[in-house]
Design a protein around this ligand. Structure first.
Ligand SMILES: Cc1cc2nc3c(=O)[nH]c(=O)nc-3n(C[C@H](O)[C@H](O)[C@H](O)COP(=O)(O)O)c2cc1C
Length: 361
């Protein structure tokens, strides 16, 4: 663990420090967006443009920002979004990230493309865990993943719907991204789909997705997934209000308003911009989660003011992991929750229910 005095004090400093430690291929893979990276930058810029018109003299001496997400009480409206290949950042990989989330009591989402397995993470981390599902053409292998997640005590299935075709992340193409020797997509070992070798040209991950993911994925598959287990199904990758309505119609419990961190449809709108339309369209039928561009506690306040119930972090957690393993992720969570609590209080809000749209007028 790093001495407290040397530690970064905000998420951007963690990113800078992570950049110094990671290989160029790993840093570029984590940081990049699709094509011109317009959506990647817009996710962040949309938060920065929004101003907080705070309220005063409201007796903020007593505060509690806990909330309920997918049937679980959690201390802050924050969760770890699924990101692939944590062992590119630290040898403990997803186990370290999940333990950090558990220590804070916030949900951790394990990616299908994790470098630690469903069971390894479940054995190591006792907190709330969700499993993110990519649907393969091989439906037997897909179903086996779901069954393992259910058996290992994961509490929700997060179906990612915006990545059945891979966008070009040009840095990955240029770096010929691949998994270094010793790393694999461990959940797919049994199905014989764990390797991602270097290709003569282009991204090894792009080639993997193109050959194995199922582009026929449709709303009927959501009903199938909802019927496979009793776990709530969360649709991740929604930016259109009509799709939120369809998600509710097909049995989803929640949506994650997400554009995959700007890594899929470039020039898609910032998630923060589309949040209110989706919250309006969904009404009381769905829980609204969001991710994309969260780097400050004030971003969490703003997302809640626009109708999100909880907010996910992708890259922010990876920067903490790269710098200091579990302790680094714990510190990133501490920084964000501390910033969030201070800003919420300074806006005159004592609970998450008091964080309303009037703050953004
Ligand atoms: C390096 C990286 C890997 C990702 N891998 C996955 C994945 O395996 N499954 C998935 O549903 N989303 C994946 N995402 C998208 C994240 O879940 C999330 O939508 C995004 O990171 C949020 O934006 P942020 O990084 O600005 O917080 C990935 C994102 C990054 C940056």
């Amino acid at each position: 663990m790093q001495a407290a005095t040397d530690r970064p004090i905000n998420v951007d400093e963690y990113q800078q420090s992570a950049r110094e430690r990671l290989s160029k291929m790993a840093y570029d893979y984590y940081v990049s967006g699709a094509w011109d990276e317009i959506t990647l930058h817009e996710n962040r810029a949309a938060f920065d443009r929004a101003t907080l018109t705070y309220r005063v003299l409201r007796d903020i001496s007593s505060r509690d920002y806990s909330t309920r997400v997918l049937g679980r009480q959690i201390p802050w409206p924050l969760f770890i979004a699924p990101t692939a290949f944590h062992r590119l950042a630290h040898d403990d990989g997803e186990v370290a990230t999940a333990k950090a989330a558990a220590a804070a009591g916030i949900p951790f989402t394990l990616s299908t493309m994790a470098t630690r397995s469903i069971e390894e993470v479940a054995d190591a981390a006792s907190g709330p865990r969700w499993f993110q599902l990519y649907v393969y053409k091989d439906r037997q292998a897909t179903r086996a993943l779901v069954e393992r997640a259910v058996n290992a005590g994961y509490e929700a299935l997060v179906l990612t719907v915006d990545a059945q075709i891979w966008a070009h992340r040009e840095r990955d193409v240029r770096n010929r991204f691949h998994l270094p020797a010793g790393l694999e997509a461990r959940n797919l070992l049994a199905a014989g789909k764990a390797d991602m070798p270097q290709k003569d040209q282009g991204s090894g991950l792009g080639a993997y997705v193109q050959s194995l993911f199922d582009p026929s994925l449709s709303w009927s598959d959501v009903e199938w997934l909802a019927g496979v287990s009793d776990l709530p199904v969360v649709i991740k990758g929604v930016v259109h209000p009509d799709d939120a309505v369809l998600a509710a119609d097909h049995g989803a419990a929640a949506v994650v308003v997400s554009n995959h961190g700007g890594r899929q449809v470039d020039t898609a709108p910032a998630t923060f911009e589309v949040l209110p339309r989706i919250a309006d369209a969904a009404g009381d039928r769905l829980e609204i989660l969001m991710d994309g561009g969260v780097r400050r506690g004030s971003d969490i306040v703003k997302a809640l003011a626009r109708g999100a119930r909880a907010v996910g972090i992708g890259r922010a957690a990876l920067w903490g992991l790269a710098v200091d393993g579990q302790a680094g992720v714990e510190h990133v969570i501490e920084i964000l929750t501390d910033e969030f609590e201070r800003v919420a209080a300074l806006c005159g809000c004592r609970t998450v229910e008091e964080i309303g749209g009037d703050l953004l007028e």
